[in-house]
Write a protein that binds this ligand. Sequence first.
Ligand code: C5P
Length: 406
Amino acid sequence: MNLQGKRILLGVTGGIAAYKSAVLLRLLVKAGADVRVVMTAAAQRFITATTMQALSGQKVWTDLWDEGVPDGMGHIELSRDRDLIVVAPASADFLARLATGLADDLLSTVCAARRAPLFVAPAMNVEMWQNRATRRAVAALRADGVSVVGPDAGEQACGEVGDGRMSEPERILDAIAGFFAPGLLRGRRVLITAGPTEEPIDPVRVITNRSSGRMGYAIAQAACEAGADVTLVSGPVALDSPAGARRVDVRTAEQMFEAVRRHVPDADVFISVAAVADYRPRRMAEQKIKKTEGGGLTLEMVENPDILAHVAAMKGGPLCVGFAAESENLAENAQAKRLRKNVPLIAANLVQEALGAETNAITLYDDAGAHVLGSGAKIELARKLVSHVAEMLATRSATPARGAGS
Ligand code: C5P
């Protein structure tokens, strides 16, 4: 990992995970980054400024009123020459203050006065993470373009188990490296479908697939990080849009097809992650269907358009990437799907591992064979997928366009 010459400001707030920020600092310095550390008063209850000073090789900043700060304008100066600010751990209190624009200590003031992008790695007790006030703060920060790394699920220092552990330093480092990656998809337009579709039976009932949308959203985020212009056509999900992606909300497969048809002429890449319902009820009942005692109910279904197959068949169309979520025989089913839909790249995973989880295990299949991406957080797998797609695009650009002259 090479972060040579990258100027990072590492903010540390108060939480037991502060000890991990020493490891993160070590990794950043080892990768060649120039790291300036700002600690809150609470952070210094968990880890000393001396430790961070020794690891960064620089003075550690802790006080808004520090007379050593040039021109007494520390909150401005400290972040001005930085390429990125990373706050790890970010406590519930810090996130809440950041979301409301409060600036009553050095770190919050530096963040409020920033020009550089901001990453936060939350760390807190599971109940605090799930608290509605924290949810509101995180949603507001995401909407403001702040990148939220983690937190992860697992055992907590307080003995409870759940979401709230600060992501491991290696994972935060990956996110930082992804941010500095040399824009693998810069100038490329990427169209992504994500989430389930909902096919109405009557005004209150639908047929749908179990899909959280997390994998598609992670790919949209990774593509944005890689510098792509991203359009995300999304079925109904409970997720925030990745910063920078243009989101088009749809419900049914036909609406998704329509949105894809509208945006596909501009796309260089089409990544079809959505769990599209294969069939829909022939007619939606205008009124709620009443229960009939003792009788069954038969729904007549018709086939939905196969969006991916349609785009893959377009002459001179975008590079297509399909997903195969299988419950068994992963390799055979994925390869068969690739050939049947005429898609150059299929990303295959086992549904039972992927559904709703933050992690997944993916293998890619293309003309060259199988490429095991391994298992891990969906965002990490998404970054690997994006690198693979970028390589395929580069090769594709070097050869005549598909469909040209035929
Ligand atoms: O459902 P199936 O396993 O065939 O899905 C494989 C791929 O095809 C996925 O990438 C999915 O997004 C896409 N698909 C689609 N339209 C459909 C069904 C599936 O685009 N109607």
